[in-house]
Design a protein around this ligand. Structure first.
Ligand code: NDP
Length: 477
């Protein structure tokens, strides 16, 4: 029988995705630009299911039943366009091309538009979970036409991660919606990891705890509100002993974080949408700072820090404070992330169901966490929630955490340990809840130097003051 689906691009992700499909009983045609990867897949895993190896794209397409479904899993950017360009002339109307790589959502919009004009479906599917997720069940965030999703649904939901009977895969929305949501997932992942790193740093430097002791702290946290994959693996990394030095693994790793760019994309997109995503932005900046060796070397040991570091910090109380600060800051990061998704959904008319998005992330992906159920419940209570933070659960959670959170940010500042994630989140929270912001002064300044006008609290219209003249107010519209 002809293959039901094809995968082209058999590096780490594509190969595991193809195996996942085959293990779930689907007939999969497989192809890779350089034949060696195809041969290796067949040599090692042919017994896992029904694979049809193809030497080139025409052979891949010829192996498929109609309408054809081809998953592209190659390097994002120009390589994806190259594969699409080669594939499209081989396809017939109604065929479905899925890009499961980490495409920028704007590229997905462009590609979807181009293929739609040719009568083809283009599905931009965000896939999260790394190598293991691709094989055992990733979180899948597909964007594209409802018809295309309907045709793919039986296969995608079968290979996706599950929570009980529910698959972590559902139609996110048209064109770039899936890749946008995947991008936000990665942005939240950046924020989450930065917050975890700050918690670790503070506990270590303020309390002098050893990595193995810190691993225990994180393990304990993983049984409460913070339960998540990232907290779980934090304990694992902190527990690891380096073979060659015999010391903690975390101490021999160079402290320069790398980034492939999805965090930056998230922040750039949020800036364009006018949504503050300070948690993610601080995470991206912190990685940039960590990698800025030249400037760090010039400043380290040169710029003065605080002289007196408090030595009387209560161990258990501080650990608990940091736990609260981490949770509250994390809630802020998620609230900001969902604000960005809502703004993009409005801007591009994607009509994204935010509660559904939180369900997609409950398993399979890197930010999987039990607390995502709380987000789903919040949007079930009110689908138009202006911010997750005003939902009762979130409001109460942050309310309970806030004294601790403030103490931690204050301690970080006093001791001189950088906590950009914790403090930016707290500032955002205080900004959000403020009755009045000093933006009134900013508007005054803008009017003085640039006649940019201001609005008044007591009357409609725009106004300008003759600053250089009689200081009389004029209404400008
Ligand atoms: P890579 O991103 O390393 O890409 C390698 C694959 O792309 C190979 O199959 C390679 O073929 C193919 N390729 C590169 N250039 C071209 C080209 N011009 N024409 C045709 N094929 C080309 O592979 P990964 O498996 O790591 O990732 C695949 C996609 O999934 C990427 O978009 C990535 O961002 C995304 N992703 C990755 C995750 C991960 O954890 N790695 C997680 C989630 C998504 P060849 O063998 O011939 O060189």
């Amino acid at each position: 029988a002809p293959a039901q689906i094809a995968v082209t691009g058999l590096a780490t992700m594509g190969r595991n995705l193809a195996r996942n499909l085959a293990r779930n009983g689907f007939r999969v045609a497989v192809h890779n630009r350089s034949q060696a990867k195809t041969d290796a897949l067949i040599a090692e895993f042919a017994d896992e299911g029904d694979f049809t190896p193809a030497a080139d794209l025409p052979a891949l397409v010829a192996a498929l039943e109609s309408p054809r479904k081809v998953i592209i899993m190659v390097k994002a950017g120009a390589p994806t366009d190259a594969v699409i360009d080669e594939l499209v002339p081989l396809l017939d109307e109604g065929d479905i091309v899925v890009d499961a790589g980490n495409a920028h959502f704007a590229d997905t919009r462009r590609r979807e538009n181009a293929l739609r004009e040719k009568g083809l479906h283009f599905v931009g599917a965000g896939v999260s979970g790394g190598e293991e997720g691709a094989l055992l069940g990733p979180s899948i965030m597909p964007g594209g036409s409802p018809e295309a999703y309907a045709a793919l649904e039986p296969m995608l939901t079968k290979i996706a991660a599950h929570v009980g009977d529910e698959a972590c895969c559902s139609h996110v929305g048209p064109d770039g919606a899936g890749h946008f949501v995947k991008m936000l997932h990665n942005g939240i992942e950046y924020a989450d990891m930065q917050l975890i790193a700050e918690a670790y740093d503070l506990l270590r430097r303020v309390l002098g705890l050893k990595p193995a002791e810190l691993a225990e702290v994180f393990r304990t946290w993983n049984s409460g509100d913070l339960e998540s994959f990232l907290i779980e693996i934090t304990a694992e990394v902190l527990d690891q002993v380096d073979e060659s030095s015999g010391g903690p693994f975390v101490d021999v790793v160079l402290d320069q974080a790398e980034q492939k760019g999805t965090g930056r994309w998230t922040v750039q997109s949020a800036l364009d949408l006018g949504i503050p995503v300070s948690g993610m932005a601080e995470a991206v900046f912190a990685r940039s700072l960590s990698g800025d060796v030249q400037r760090r070397t010039a400043a380290s040991g040169v710029l003065p820090g605080p002289e007196d570091v408090p030595s009387d910090v209560d161990r258990d109380k501080f650990i608990d404070d940091v736990r609260h600060a981490l949770y509250a800051s994390k809630l802020v990061a998620y609230a900001q992330g969902f604000d960005a998704i809502r703004a993009a959904s409005d801007e591009y008319e994607w009509n994204i169901d935010l509660g559904e998005v939180s369900k997609l992330w409950r398993a399979g992906c890197i930010i999987r966490a039990s607390f995502l159920d709380r987000i789903k419940e919040a949007y079930d209570r009110d689908a138009d929630l202006p911010s997750l933070l005003v939902d009762d659960y979130f409001k109460n959670a942050v309310g309970e955490a806030q004294d601790s959170w403030r103490r931690v940010v204050a301690t970080a500042a006093t001791v001189g340990v950088p906590a950009p994630g914790f403090s930016a989140a707290l500032s955002y929270y205080d900004g959000l809840r403020a009755e009045r912001l000093p933006a009134s002064l900013i508007q005054g300044l803008r009017d003085l130097f640039g006649a940019h006008t201001y609005r008044r609290i007591d009357r409609d219209g725009s106004f300008h003051l003759e600053w250089a003249g009689d200081r009389k107010e004029h209404q400008t519209d």
